[in-house]
Design a protein around this ligand. Sequence first.
Ligand code: SF4
Length: 407
Amino acid sequence: MSTQHAPTHTSTDRARSLALYLHIPFCTAKCGYCDFNSYEGLPGHLVADYTPALVHEMELWAPAARDLRVDTVFFGGGTPSLTSLDDMSAITAAIRANYDVSPDVEWSLEANPTELTREHLDGLRALGVNRLSMGVQSLQPEELTLLERLHSPERVIEAVRDARAAGFDNLNLDLIFGIMGQPIEKWQDTLERVLELRPEHLSCYALTVEPGTALHYQVAKGQIEEPDPDVAADQYEWTRPRLAGAGYQQYEISNWAQPGRECRHNLVYWHAEPYLGLGAGAHSFFLGRRMANVDAPNRYVEAVNESWEERRATGHGELRQIAGGESPDEATTRADTMILGLRLMQGVDIAEFTERFGVSPDAAFGPALAKHEGYGLIERVDGRIRLTERGLLLSNELFVDLLPDDE
Ligand code: SF4
């Protein structure tokens, strides 16, 4: 099994570093498989009010982040590429005004090929966005229809060409495999054609049918067959050596990159390090607390604006946009660190874990680790615990056993 080591930071770097996530919840149409906090057809006034609310939320959090340096910014959604350049300009200016942004910040934006124009790409690049993550999913027209994606394969190729012409030299393409009825040849064809585009980064996810989605309803009604996990496993097992042969290093269960092009922002999540999420439904792990904002964009806008007005009038006040929060106990933090770390191909450094928590992984998770080592899902290499090839396919069975008893 090939392994690679993600970029490392010193503990001092990490202590001062902040990852900023901004959620843009708007989409042109809701895709059938999507369970993200995203909405189609919201009224224009709400879209117009959203940017000022995001700026207000930035201002509310800024004092708490005063001593931190923003090393990564990630615009996720939803469809952040739908945000107008004027609004993007206001948001990026507010980030720079309220936070200490590192000169070598990784600034990612999720984009949908459907509406992406050359003019918009030029504008984003000029505003400092330097990494584009495009939702491609498939290059087979019938699969795009089944997933209810609005773009064509040709549109993807044009959008990638335009992104290159606009100066984007750090491009991720998101793909979905394991689609119901998808023969492996179709997946192979999609991947081969995507490789011709030479993206710096690839995310390949197996399709999951999430409760509450239109796809779930269609499967439950028997209108569409369920995805076959054995087919998805075969496709995944074909993908790994193919991408290795094409010069991509797998660094996480679903993520591959050319050397040095790992997503620094997502590595913060997998290293269980702090991040601040802004926007409707955004999650944070900040100041030792896990928090989630209210999902509904209209309630988010109202809550942020009320908090901002109160803060302006009185100098203090609660953050009403936060729907829930908790300070995770030590057992939960250990489990999060272990589960997220095991998603990475390099796995978890035993000595680093022990230093961070004052207890070794074996003392913290002994029976579960021994059991899954026995099943061949994990192995120990060079002072690390990591997933085996078999473990990559069955990781959820291990992760469930690592959760604290009360979760
Ligand atoms: S474009 Fe992305 S976020 Fe929007 S509905 Fe489709 S999958 Fe969900």
